[in-house]
Design a protein. Structure first.
Length: 327
């Protein structure tokens, strides 16, 4: 007698949930796949030879501008973009910022309508997200998952200059080489992140689309680069003494572990071992809090700093200079 193997016994509610999940993912895929290009870029290596690199980019304006990762374009100034419908167009690089891992390129030919940028600051852990990119040059690949964590940090560098990208979105939506520069979107199809790294198997990271990144994108569009301020200190989070913690209602400051000689921090009188408490009147609870202040408008402007040195509060004025990133 023949035996029939039945599928999993799912309740109607479970099946309805799976159907709803599928509808969301397919809708986001249909919306974004045409708007995410596969990039082909030639990178110059030592000795003058060229190496081909691939990545992804998201159309975000109706006049042909695409958003991608700085590490995708590297030091190149042009390349080729291919779309899911088979069309191909050259592009040129408008600007790249290695210290946020964001870059803007512009297609020299027609592009699809733009994707809608969302707001990563509204994301919640466990929220459904969809990643659209071109891993291994395979145009129009889609994976889905959830927001695994928020507020992660991702080191970035340009020569000897280093920075930490704030509030990186961590997701379990599978990413592969070539996914960098692609879109991370919410269920309504809004792009809330630019996929930037594969941290581990089943773990991806994306640069958030938020107020900070929008400012960087606007600057790249207008200036082609992002100027940043430089203080010349390095530190780690450290606990405040109990009396100061009670008075300020904060638990940490930034313990200075290095002051670069002849830097603005050195000229202001800061020392190794000082516990930095405020900068420009804003609390400094770690390196990221200080870093957020180090944008173009801080260059050349006096910056009041308050630090704890032993048992004494020390007020100094530093004047940040422009950060020069070595090529």
């Amino acid at each position: 007698m023949a035996t029939t193997l039945s599928g999993p016994d799912r309740s109607g509610r479970e099946q309805a949930a799976l159907d709803a999940y599928s509808r969301i993912v397919t809708a986001v895929a249909a919306e974004l796949t045409p708007k995410v290009a596969a990039l082909n870029v030639a990178h110059r290596r030592s000795g003058g030879r060229f190496v081909r690199g691939t990545g992804s980019a998201v159309v975000f304006t109706d006049d042909g501008f695409l958003l991608t990762n700085a590490h995708v374009v590297g030091h190149s100034d042009a390349g080729t973009a291919s779309f899911a419908d088979g069309t191909t167009t050259p592009f040129h690089v408008i600007g790249a910022d290695p210290l946020s891992d964001l870059a803007v390129v512009r297609a020299d030919g027609p592009t699809p309508p733009p994707a809608t940028l969302g707001e990563a600051d509204t994301l919640r852990v466990g929220q459904l997200v969809v990643a659209v990119g071109n891993p291994l040059g395979l145009t129009g690949s889609v994976t889905a998952g959830v927001v695994s964590a928020l507020g992660r940090s991702l080191p970035a560098s340009a020569g000897r200059a280093t920075r930490v990208i704030d509030d990186v979105v961590q997701t379990d939506a599978t990413l592969h080489p070539g996914s960098s520069g692609g879109a991370l979107a919410t269920a309504d199809g809004r792009v809330v992140g630019i996929n930037t790294a594969i941290a581990d198997v089943g773990l991806g990271l994306a640069v958030p689309v938020n107020g900070t990144s929008r400012q960087i994108i606007t600057t790249l569009l207008s200036e082609g680069r992002v100027r940043r301020a430089y203080l010349g200190l390095a530190g780690i989070p450290a606990p405040l003494p109990p009396p100061l913690r009670a008075r300020t209602e904060r638990s940490t400051g930034l313990r200075i572990i290095e002051v670069v000689p002849a830097s603005p921090a050195d000229r202001a009188g800061l020392r190794d071992g000082d516990l930095l408490l405020t900068a420009g009147g804003a609390p400094v609870t770690g390196a990221q809090a200080l870093q957020r202040l180090m944008l173009e408008d801080a260059i050349g402007r006096p910056l009041p700093l308050t630090a704890l040195r032993g048992d004494a509060l020390v007020d100094v004025i530093a004047v940040p200079v422009e950060l020069v990133a070595d090529e």
